[in-house]
Design a protein around this ligand. Structure first.
Ligand code: NAP
Ligand code: MG
Length: 493
């Protein structure tokens, strides 16, 4: 069994306490992938110290040069894609095509960040005074604390770490305890690509120990967090005590609207992929289907039929459509929502229990589950379940669909299937979400587009695209007076 370590100041080290935790395969809980350091505040302190020292040099490396290193990162990640994807499937369960996609998103993010090194545009603006030059330039912030979830173990860390580094910041990274092996591979690649020592550090361990120690640390200047809304709120409270900049990407309760004029087989492929891909464990998973009454009976019979044919299993097998839940606690939580749905009076038309059978007994498998007769006020219509459970709500019109879609505290992703251009544009205008897909499922973000949500899905920042580079840099306003005399703004002009 492999013993993994933290990476601090260019060296692989154990936790100071010497303690470790295990990482297991959710498709076969007997399989231990490795042990990882169970770190604490004292380890975080070392990492922050290293990152703070390294910042003094890294910020002076020209941004295009930093970009060249990220280009190397993308190249190495490409060469190791299959190996990373397999490790990821073993440690968190999603099927190989999806873990390959997760790595590809990291590669795309690396190349995008590399090219941004030759942009990082500022502004020059005319001065109100003669012989004076005004500009606003982008400067690094300092030490970035990065705390990430387990469902996109490569993509999400890269969305944060690559732009942070490109902008000239140094990083202390705490990955999810469920996916530390993929995170370690990312750090190995950063080192191999030429990221100098101290610039990127990884500290493994629990959220309330290591994660919180990073958030609290007075020498960490900026926090980028993706995870649950509850933890996000806690982080925001604690970070406010040192006035850190914080980006929060949190939960979702995403819906797909299917209008009566939609291409139903297209909408069917979309909802199956959206609801049951990654075993429903995506922040952008399709958790609600808002189905027009005129398409209802036909669509539901197709949907139930296809759902029952989905094959559960080890994500490494080519025959598997849906992998396990991440761990026992998550499967229990999913099942408790199924019980809530039944108590609320919704009708179970597919799944509804843990899955057993050939090859499933040692993993945390749950049957792809569908509820019909769901009303907008039920908890299963409003709360994030984070598992393979779809709540179906019948709608009579686009207006009703949009209103039900908006009836949640979240606002991450959304989708509408329609052939009517007017419906599509009304939906784009009226849906309250950070992302709207037309004739596509709620999942499918591209690395060069802004990603994030409204309402309690986040705090207004966006990852991805050009927007994340704004988050990881400060504006510095510069005035150069070449008049040779004192010129007073607002007074002498
Ligand atoms: P989580 O429990 O909030 O954990 C996320 C990360 O925060 C993990 O690294 C975790 O460490 C750490 N953490 C936990 N408690 C902490 C604390 N008190 N202080 C600091 N850090 C702490 O979320 P999860 O279960 O891993 O992920 C599922 C959630 O993430 C869902 O709600 C999902 O919607 C959301 N998500 C959102 C997006 C988005 O972009 N909007 C993307 C993916 C997932 P440990 O692993 O050690 O507990
Ligand atoms: Mg695991």
């Amino acid at each position: 069994m492999k013993k993994y370590q933290n990476f601090i100041n260019g060296k692989w080290v154990d936790a100071k306490s010497g303690q470790v935790f295990e990482n297991r395969n959710p498709a076969n809980w007997d399989e231990v992938i490795g042990t990882f350091p169970k770190s604490a505040k004292e380890d975080v302190n070392e990492a922050v110290k290293a990152a703070r020292t390294a910042f003094d040099k890294w910020r002076l490396v020209p941004a295009p040069k930093r970009g060249d290193i990220l280009k190397n990162v993308g190249d190495i990640m490409g060469a190791r894609k299959e190996e990373i994807a397999r490790t990821m499937t073993r440690e968190m369960g999603k099927v190989l095509v999806e873990t390959r996609g997760d790595v590809q998103e990291g590669i795309d993010t690396a190349y995008y960040a590399a090219s941004e090194g030759r942009r990082l545009f500022g502004h020059t603006v005319p001065s109100e005074l003669p012989n004076k030059f005004n500009m606003a330039i982008r400067v690094p912030i300092g030490v970035a604390g990065v705390v990430t979830p387990w469902n996109f173990p490569m993509a999400i860390p890269t969305w944060k770490i690559f732009p942070a580094l490109l902008c000239g910041n140094t990083v202390v990274f705490k990955p999810a305890s469920d996916t530390p092996a993929t995170a370690t591979m990312l750090v190995e690649i950063l080192m191999e690509a030429g990221v100098p020592e101290g610039v990127a550090n990884i500290v493994h361990g629990g959220g309330s120990d290591v994660g919180m120690a990073i958030v609290e640390h007075p020498d960490v200047d900026v926090i980028s967090f993706t995870g649950s809304t509850n933890v996000g709120i806690k982080i925001s409270e604690v970070a406010s005590k040192t006035l850190k900049r914080v980006s929060l990407e949190l939960g979702g309760k995403n819906a797909q609207i299917v209008m009566d004029d939609a291409d139903l087989s297209l909408a069917l492929d979309g909802v199956l992929w959206g609801a049951f891909g990654t075993t429903g464990q995506r922040c952008t998973a399709t958790s609600r289907l808002l189905l027009h009454e005129k398409a209802y009976d036909k669509f539901m019979s197709m949907l139930v039929d296809r759902t029952k044919k989905l094959r559960l299993g080890d994500g490494l097998l080519a025959t598997t459509d849906v992998g396990p839940c991440i761990h026992e606690g998550q499967r229990k939580s999913v099942h408790s929502y199924v019980e809530i749905g039944q108590k609320e009076g919704a009708k179970l038309v597919a799944g509804g229990g843990a899955a057993s059978g050939n090859g499933l007994s040692k993993g945390w498998f749950y049957q792809p589950t569908i509820f019909t007769d769901v009303t907008p006020e039920m908890r299963i219509a409003k709360e994030e379940i984070f598992g393979p459970v779809l709540s179906v709500i019948k709608i009579k019109s686009l207006e009703e669909g949009v209103s039900v879609l908006n009836n949640t505290i979240y606002g991450l992703s959304s989708s509408i299937y329609t052939k009517d251009i007017n419906n599509a544009f009304r939906a784009i205008r009226d849906i309250k979400a950070g992302i709207t897909y037309v004739n596509g499922p709620t999942i499918g973000a591209e690395a060069h587009m802004p990603f994030g949500g409204v309402k309690q899905t986040g705090n207004g920042h966006r990852e991805g695209g050009w927007t994340v580079f704004e988050f990881f840099s400060e504006w510095k306003t510069v005035y150069v007076d070449y008049s040779g005399k004192l010129q007073r703004a607002q007074i002498d002009n």
